[in-house]
Design a protein around this ligand. Structure first.
Ligand code: PLP
Ligand code: COI
Length: 354
């Protein structure tokens, strides 16, 4: 069933577009003129509105603040050379949005409503989509609990909101990553597969410690023995080892990334051997030592294809090849960009045209 969405639109009478410096866009600091807001009350989603971006009033007792019933998504919209605008695979994010909602005991949002609401917001702020290479409009849908009640129980009311903002690359250089062997991001039976706000809060102290040692990202390992690679802080981990593209099999401790899925699809079509399986830290380190690890990168919406420059493990740092010389990640980045920016035929139907 396709549900059509009724959205009340109030446009700003002071656009900030002209005063925005599109040559200086640190990730997540610039917001477009409008945002979307909807309420969940009495068992249904209602009051869909697009309003000027700005502060919102909330009770200090909302359960999102106290107990973390809160999660989000990350998507990008692209401007094509002919002026067309597309959103990359929002149906995948819609499905994951509901997986997160389910895990956190929060209400689902029909997938068509998710996609239509985002498309409506992107359409209104389409002039905010940068035309520069490697730039896009980042879309941040999120949901949080709004009952002003301190009992530990699922809220009965929620807000669904969407913000957007122009962004450049999330990472600007090859990553110096550390394999984390003490802290754990997610345990079996936990909520690692959900894009829960709390997963990111829990990762901040380990990431800060690693940053103090000069690292850009962590590679999380399994919570039991720290012997298997899970993912990175903001991207899935992918490796070219001995001519095979290998990546951890997604399970309840790992976010099932849209970029990961896209990269695997292209690799399979190109006839590259692909293995989704448990990836041991030992084989990655061995590959780095012997040179059989010819490529390593993070795959994510914000991160895009983020090359790993070096991997540190137990105090030893292993340097990988110059990212510019890496065949697979260069090729996949080029193809992904060609599709997203409308320069290649979208044979998979990945671009949702606005
Ligand atoms: N893993 C984590 C923890 C992330 O935050 C992200 C970013 O969204 C990803 C993986 C990659 O997912 P996607 O490609 O859907 O953006
Ligand atoms: C994304 O890639 O969209 C993410 O959510 C990563 C992020 C936490 C900045």
């Amino acid at each position: 069933m396709t549900e059509t969405l009724d959205i009340k639109i109030t446009k700003t009478n002071h656009s900030r577009l002209q005063e925005t410096d599109f040559d200086n866009l640190p990730f997540g600091k610039t917001f477009a003129d409008h945002m979307l807001v909807a309420d969940y009350e009495d068992g249904e989603w209602k009051n869909f509105q697009i309003i000027p971006y700005g502060e919102i009033g909330l009770s200090p007792a909302i359960s999102a603040l106290h107990y973390g019933q809160s999660f989000f998504e990350g998507i990008k919209a692209y401007k094509h050379a002919d002026g067309n605008v597309s959103i990359f695979r929002p149906d995948k994010n819609a499905a994951r949005f509901n997986k997160s909602a389910d895990r956190l005991c929060m209400p689902e949002l029909p997938e068509e409503i998710f996609v239509q609401s985002i498309a409506a917001l992107v359409d209104i702020d389409r002039d905010w989509i940068p035309s520069k290479a490697n730039h896009a409009l980042y879309i941040r849908p999120f949901m949080f609990a709004t009952d002003p009640y301190l009992g530990v129980t699922p809220s009965k009311t929620y807000k669904y909101m969407v913000l957007t903002g122009p962004v450049g690359p999330y990472f600007s250089k090859a990553l110096r990553v550390k394999i984390e062997t003490h802290f754990t991001r997610a345990a079996e039976g936990g909520m690692g597969y959900a894009k829960a706000a709390g997963n990111y809060g829990a990762g901040m102290l380990p990431a800060k410690r690693a940053a103090e040692e000069g690292f850009d990202q962590l590679i999380w390992t399994d919570g039991k023995d720290h012997l298997y690679v899970e993912e990175m802080g903001a991207a899935n981990a992918m490796f070219m080892l001995d001519g095979k593209l290998i990546t951890p099999l997604t399970r309840d401790t790992i976010l099932d990334g849209v970029t990961r899925n896209t990269v695997l699809t292209l690799a399979r079509e190109w006839g590259i051997p692909v293995e989704e399986r448990n990836v041991s830290v030992a084989e990655i380190i061995e590959g780095a030592k012997t040179g059989k690890l010819t490529d390593a990168f993070g795959a994510g919406t914000a991160a895009t294809i983020a090359p790993v420059g070096s991997i540190s493990y137990n105090g030893e740092e292993y340097f990988l090849s110059d990212p510019k010389t890496r065949e697979f990640s260069q090729k996949v980045l080029k193809e992904l960009d060609a599709i997203k920016y409308g320069n290649a035929v979208d044979t998979h139907g990945w671009n949702y045209m606005v």
